[in-house]
Ligand binder design. Structure first.
Ligand code: GCW
Length: 687
């Protein structure tokens, strides 16, 4: 072979390799090694319990320095990088200070090994995305920054779109061999907890065999300052322990949990605690025994308390009672305000219904004044196009976090910060696929969650920029172009799926394509899209106002939000059909009718994807080829599915409005309905 051709082939081969390594290493890749030479001194003793963390710190320096020497003694004259545990720094338990020193390097100081670890990652990030500043300090705003995996012992992942479980298989613990990449990725953004199993919890996760596997995981994650937690099934005492009941006030039950918790802590001294979904979607809970959520949560909390463990008790309670589903969590939890122990925190989904592309914030935030609360976000794109649609979620999360609650002048996120125990959580999007998330662009959402849990005040664009520079390219123009797409992407998805406050229009079980028409004989009304959109001859939308027979969900909000949401003229247009049933020819303040607006949003969303495609093409050559191809291919799927959503929803609504479409559809309504019976997502993933 000619030398030139050989070199060219090698170059192509290497660039493909780099790109693949790049995405399976998440945002941890750094081809350039920006530190020329480092002599590192870290004062964490080699034989201490933090020795593992020291090794991680040293390895991170090794990854970024062209030459690394580790100094044994602080007296070594060549030391230019120092990582020091120093009790005198005022940075909180996990914070750090970083300062350039006169040797041309940096000195990191922290109170704990965890702080030293985060300081190291902060310095590394600064090197990767530019030139580090002279001096900075930082500390996490939430104490618990945690991923919730919905992984089942059999290895399946509920709402997972990136392969199978990274923790379980065949009823046993079986974790990914490259789990250190997961740990590094989390530590690099400050995530310090992981619930490894599904909230629809199998009692089996508490059996001896699985617990010994959980211990192995906990040991592997400990050097990265990540604690393991378990989601537990409330009826475990009966289902696993063979007791007659799981009544939280029964002495045998109390004793069973206490012993189980003691057993766990003997194995895993730094175990984090429990996450519980109770009395929701058919799961058992304290109400089965005539007790309250507080009775259940506090019983578990008391067992965990002596060990420093916590209970995250979910407010996602979803049982049909004939009322408005959006009101249920508030109705069940508000009467219990002030009744929870101090190591209990109520985990509340961002919206009152369920991780929809756009919801108003859950009215429980700020309203529960004597109870600790935390947000639950969803990284996995259950309702936002799976791992096929480019949808950067930080913009959605910021919209939610920054919303003023009018409770004590606090934004939503502030209401979860001023408490003894603070936490921030999200449902993970990881799986066994090589690139962890099924799509390189979906990795950004994991990254963004971690960054926001560390500091909720960083802007969505800043986070996007950091991630792009560490994952895809540093070319300034390309970075900005990719950030532009990311920043617009969630609005695009909302436009072609559920604009103007519409929600829950998707397939009733797979939550994938449009199915606003579904009717299933005998199925519960509030599982189905028609319950939510209420399309009829007159108009569209759910009347949650205080008028004309509305559900009056607006009353759960503090004034002036209540009055604002209650009046379609004042209600933000992007949420209007969440709160109102409006006539098809209703005229908005901007002069457009409802029908026109629906057309504009649905078709506009499709156009946004077309534009993403065009813009992406302009990046050819400035991003790694394999990433270019991956995004190019996924955008094609996204466009097709955006058209499917638009055509399905609009032509179905048209059967009620009898008004003309203002765009040319790609699919007929019949084709849209038939498309549901084509390959399922799981089958497509195998292709
Ligand atoms: O969003 C819904 C999902 C369920 C999930 C449930 C929950 C884990 O469709 O799959 O169950 O919410 O959050 O509990």
């Amino acid at each position: 072979m000619k030398r030139g051709l050989f070199l060219l082939l090698m170059a192509v081969f290497c660039s493909v390799l780099t790109a693949t390594a790049q995405t399976s290493n998440l945002w941890l890749n750094c081809p350039e090694k920006p530190i020329a030479s480092a002599t590192l001194y870290c004062n964490i003793p080699d034989k201490s319990q933090d020795a593992g963390t020291k090794t991680v710190i040293v390895n991170e320096f090794a990854a970024l320095a062209q030459q690394l020497k580790v100094a044994k003694s602080p007296k070594d004259k060549n030391i230019n990088y120092e990582v020091l545990i120093d009790n005198t720094v005022d940075v909180g338990a996990e914070g750090f200070s970083v300062e350039s020193n006169d040797k041309g390097g940096y000195t990191i100081k922290a109170k704990t090994a965890a702080g030293a670890l985060y300081g190291t990652y902060s310095l590394m990030r600064a090197y990767k995305i530019g030139k580090p500043m002279q001096k900075w300090t930082d500390m996490p705003r939430f104490q618990v920054r945690i991923l919730n995996h919905w992984d089942n012992p059999d290895g399946s992942v509920e709402r997972g779109y990136a392969g199978r479980s990274i923790w379980f298989d065949g009823g046993k613990i079986n974790f990914r061999s490259d789990i250190e990449t997961y740990a590094r990725a989390n530590a690099s953004v400050g995530i310090n907890g992981t619930v490894i199993d599904n909230v629809n919890a199998d009692p089996k996760v508490l059996d001896k065999e699985i617990l010994s596997g959980v211990k192995t995981i906990a040991d592997r994650l400990r050097p990265y300052n990540i604690k393991v937690y378990l989601a537990v099934n409330f009826s475990s005492p009966a289902a696993l322990g063979g007791l007659k009941t799981s009544d939280p006030l029964d002495n045998d039950v109390i004793d069973w949990w206490k012993k189980k918790v003691d057993e766990i802590y003997t194995l895993i001294p730094n175990f984090g605690g429990f996450l519980v979904k109770a009395n929701s979607e058919g799961l058992p809970g304290p109400m089965d025994f005539g007790r309250t959520h507080a009775d259940g949560a506090n019983m578990l909390a008391k067992a965990l308390k002596p060990h420093g463990g916590i209970v995250m008790w979910r407010a996602f309670v979803y049982n049909p009672q004939g009322g408005d589903r959006a009101k249920q969590a508030y109705e069940e939890f508000m009467p219990l305000d002030g009744k929870f122990d101090d190591n209990v925190i109520i985990q509340i989904k961002n919206g009152p219904v369920d991780f929809q592309p756009r919801e108003p914030f859950s009215p429980l935030f700020g309203a529960m004044k004597k109870t600790q609360t935390m947000a639950e976000l969803q990284i996995t794109q259950e309702y936002l196009g799976y791992s096929d649609h480019l949808c950067y979620l930080a913009t959605m999360w910021k919209e939610f976090m920054d919303y003023p609650t009018f409770h004590g002048n606090q934004s939503v996120v502030q209401t979860t910060l001023n408490q003894k125990l603070t936490a921030f959580s999200a449902v993970a999007n990881t799986g066994t696929m090589k690139n962890w998330c099924g799509y390189v662009m979906a990795q950004a959402n994991w990254y963004a969650f971690g960054r926001l849990a560390w500091n909720p005040w960083i802007s969505a664009r800043q986070i996007a920029k950091e991630w792009v520079m560490q994952t895809i390219t540093k070319d300034e123009k390309a970075v900005n172009t990719i950030c532009d797409i990311m920043m617009e992407s969630r609005e695009a998805v909302t436009n072609y799926m559920t604009p103007l406050g519409l929600h829950h229009l998707m397939g009733w079980s797979d939550h994938w394509g449009p199915e606003p028409w579904t009717s299933i004989p005998g199925a519960r009304e509030d599982w189905l899209p028609r319950y939510y959109h209420k399309a009829d001859k007159y108009g569209l939308g759910f009347n949650r106002s205080s008028k004309n027979g509305g559900s009056n969900a607006v009353e759960q909000y503090q004034e002036p939000l209540r009055s604002m949401y209650d009046d379609p003229r004042l209600c933000p247009k992007e949420m209007v059909l969440w709160f109102h049933h409006l006539p098809w020819n209703y005229c908005f303040n901007d002069g457009k009718t409802l029908w026109q607006s629906l057309n504009d949003h649905y078709n506009g969303g499709v156009q946004q994807v077309v534009n993403f495609q065009k813009t992406w093409q302009s990046l050819k050559g400035s991003v790694p080829e394999s990433i270019f191809k991956e995004v190019e291919g996924k955008l094609e799927v996204q466009l097709d599915e955006a058209q499917w959503w638009r055509d399905g929803c609009m032509q179905y609504f048209q059967t009620f409005s009898n008004m003309p479409l203002l765009f040319a559809p790609k699919y007929t309504l019949e084709q849209c309905k038939a498309k549901l019976r084509t390959k399922s997502y799981v089958e497509r993933q195998k292709d």
